[in-house]
Every structure is written in C-alpha cells, then in structure tokens.
Design a protein around this ligand. Structure first.
Ligand SMILES: *Cc1c(COP(=O)(O)O)cnc(C)c1O
Length: 393
C-alpha cells in the first residue's frame, strides 16, 4: 500500500500532526481508536444503514451518453450530487459523528468556510440530537448567509470569528482553541486535511465512493475499474474517496483538478501544486500557497469549496510521486463545463464539480476508454453565479 498513510501519520514526505501540546490528548485518543471503531461491526452496520436510508446511497453511476458522444469516449458520472444535502460531505460527517458517539463525546464542533461542511455537520447533529457549534470567519458569515441560516435552522450555533483575516484559517484557530478547553467535544473536519489521523479517517469514510464505483462498473461493463477517474481538489476528500480503492491499481489513471481561478499566474488562483511548496497548514505538512516567510497567500476561485490554500497530504504525495496527473481549470473553463453538462444531460453541477468536468476538454481519451468523473455536488447553491454568467456561454 504505497499510497496509504504509514504508522507515523505520513504519506511519503507529507502529513504528520503539528499540533499545540494542549491538543495532544484529543488527537491521541482519536488516533488510538479510529481504525478499531471504523472496522467494528456495530459501526459498519449503523454507518451503512444511514448511508442507505438517510443519505440515499448507493449514488448512481450514470453513463452520460450525450457527453460521451461529444468527447468520443465512455463517460460515467458518479452522482454524489444526489446525496442528502447535495454533496459528498455528508458521507464523512455521518462517519465522524458515529465515531464521536463511540468516544462518548456530547458536543460537536466544526469550522467552515463556504458553509457546505457546516451544513452537513449541523445536519448530522440534528439527526443525532447532538449539540453543534460551527466556527466561521466573520467575512464568510456575511457572504454565505443562506448556509448560515440553514445551520441555524438545523439547531447549530454559528460563531462568527473576528480575529485575523476573519476567514477559514481564523475559524480553524478558534475551533482549536475551543477544543483544547472543551475535551468533551469532538472536532469534525470536512476534508482530508488537518493533523493525522484526520486525513486517513476522512479518506476511509469517503472510500464508499470508490467501493461503489467498483461494483457498479463490474455490473455494467464487467470490469471493476475504469481507465480514468477525474475529481476536483479543494482539500481533496471527494477525490480521496473516488480514488481510494484504486490507489494501488496503476491501470487506473487519476486526474486531479485544481482551481486555477483567473489563471495560475494571475495572482488570483487556488492551484496549490503549481503555486505552493512544502509548509505546515492546519497542523499538517503539505503543499501550501505561502510567501517566502511562510505567510499564507489568500487563494481565489469562483468556487468556494476549492478556495483553499493547500491540499491534503495524500494529494501532495500523489502529486510528488506522479501517481496522480494534476491539472487545473480556470473559472471560465469550469463555467463552460457546467453549462455544457446542463445542456447535454440535464444536470446542473456544483461549481467545484464543474472543474472536474472541465478536464474532459484537456485530455485525449480513446473511444474504448472508461472515464469516471466524480460529480461531487449539485449546483443549487451556485445558481446566483450561474445566472450572472448565463449569457456568456
Ligand atoms: C467542499 C466541496 C468540494 C471540495 O472539497 P474536497 O474535500 O476537495 O472534496 C468539492 N465539491 C463540492 C460539491 C463541495 O461541497
């Protein structure tokens, strides 16, 4: 298993747990228990029952016929957009809340930027009757009002963080601070980022995506792997889930798509592997967009979910080893792909997922290739942006 985490919490040169001393007991407790819990029969039974009856899994693997014709290949869409709450994030939140219960935690905390992870967390807390506090930078609270209202309706307390640049990293700092002084709480992280064991735990909880792709392909094409899997990368959780069971199968080419924003050289971008270098972000050693003296460079993408100044350590490793082909798509390319999918297939994708779709233009596939695009979420939340650009495409 070349691409899974080692017992020190590293993927090659990346990963680890660069945490303040005070957080050590919380992280250690999780590290000592998460695998045993995830592999236990009682967890698996409850996790899979909720994925089936609450989330609506398995999500369809849909052969997009008209899109396939356009690119002269065989394109399958893994429909994470059909999940309850509209994206893949719920898979992870369900899993982590079940782990929290087994560690006797009574309170859930989370941080959120765009609010998508906050909504998924607030949703599972309502489901389980658990107290939920979501930390969010003041600027994000202001620009993501619909998600703030959703979280509040779901019973979560949204804490507006006024320190620093008042965005995601400040919300994370505040969540850490709260966690240190409230060890009865459980911190749900929304992507394959943060201190070990979070990246591995989240990847395992999202691995249901590739598990389903395996048997769905077996059923439809008589072979349990595709030639290509394409996924967008913010922190990298939907990609990690879609890749997980194929990581060691080198017949499967992994294509990771980062957000180029207005272009990688424009100063307004989130293409971490192009613009970043090794540093520490969210307690993990990974590729980070930073200045020479280690200050985080504010990332930019039209898509809030990809607007992150790093990638999870797994993806830094997949990039460094060449296992994944890392590409990027600009705002404009993503928008074009979104309008194309809508027109040809009647599916309005999330702006994040549209970046993965944009890669269809940039790779030459053979007529016999099987190409799976992970459609990480639906576009309802992005309608305002789509309406703004509808006459340009
Ligand atoms: C949050 C989000 C992403 C980005 O997060 P990853 O951890 O990289 O998957 C992608 N797509 C959608 C729809 C999201 O909500």
């Amino acid at each position: 298993m070349k691409y899974t985490v080692n017992n020190k919490g590293y993927y090659g040169n990346f990963g680890g747990a660069f945490i303040p001393e005070m957080l050590y007991p919380n992280i250690k407790e999780l590290e000592n228990n998460y695998i045993q819990i995830i592999e236990s029969e009682s967890f698996q039974k409850e996790y899979r029952d909720l994925l089936k009856n609450y989330v609506g899994r398995p999500s369809a693997l849909y052969k997009a016929t008209r899109l396939s014709e356009k690119y002269n290949t065989n394109i399958y869409l893994k429909r994470e957009d059909l999940n309850h709450t509209g994206a893949h994030k719920i898979n992870n939140c369900i899993g982590q809340v079940l782990i929290a219960q087994r560690l006797q935690k009574t309170k859930i905390i989370a941080e959120t930027g765009a609010g998508q992870h906050g909504v998924a967390t607030a949703t599972v807390c309502a489901l389980m009757g658990l107290e939920c506090i979501v930390f969010m930078g003041k600027i994000d609270v202001e620009r993501q009002q619909p998600n703030v209202k959703r979280m509040e309706m779901l019973g979560a307390k949204v804490v507006s963080v006024e320190s620093g640049s008042k965005t995601l990293k400040d919300a994370t700092n505040e969540a850490f601070r709260y966690w240190i002084s409230n060890p009865d709480s459980f911190y749900i992280i929304g992507s394959v980022v943060g201190a070990h064991p979070y990246p591995d735990m989240v990847a395992r909880l999202q691995a249901i995506i590739s598990e389903e792709i395996q048997w769905q392909l077996q059923e439809t094409i008589g072979r349990n792997y595709p030639d290509y899997i394409i996924a967008c990368i913010g922190g990298g959780s939907n990609a990690a889930g879609a890749y997980y069971h194929f990581l060691d199968n080198e017949r499967v080419t992994l294509i990771s798509v980062e957000a180029a924003g207005l272009g990688v050289d424009s100063g307004k971008s989130a293409a971490t592997t192009v613009l970043g270098n090794t540093g520490i972000l969210h307690a993990s050693k990974t590729l980070v967009m930073q200045t020479k003296d280690g200050q985080i460079i504010e990332p930019y993408s039209i898509s809030a979910g990809l607007d992150y100044p790093g990638v999870g350590p797994l993806h830094a490793h997949l990039y460094e080893t060449g296992r994944a082909r890392v590409q990027n798509a600009s705002d404009e390319e993503a928008l074009r792909a979104a309008f194309l999918l809508t027109k040809l297939e009647g599916i309005i994708p999330a702006l994040e997922s549209s970046h993965a779709l944009a890669a269809l233009e940039k790779n030459n596939f053979l007529p016999n290739d099987i190409v799976v695009v992970n459609l990480s979420g639906r576009g309802d939340k992005d309608m305002e942006t789509y309406i703004k650009y509808k006459d340009s495409f």
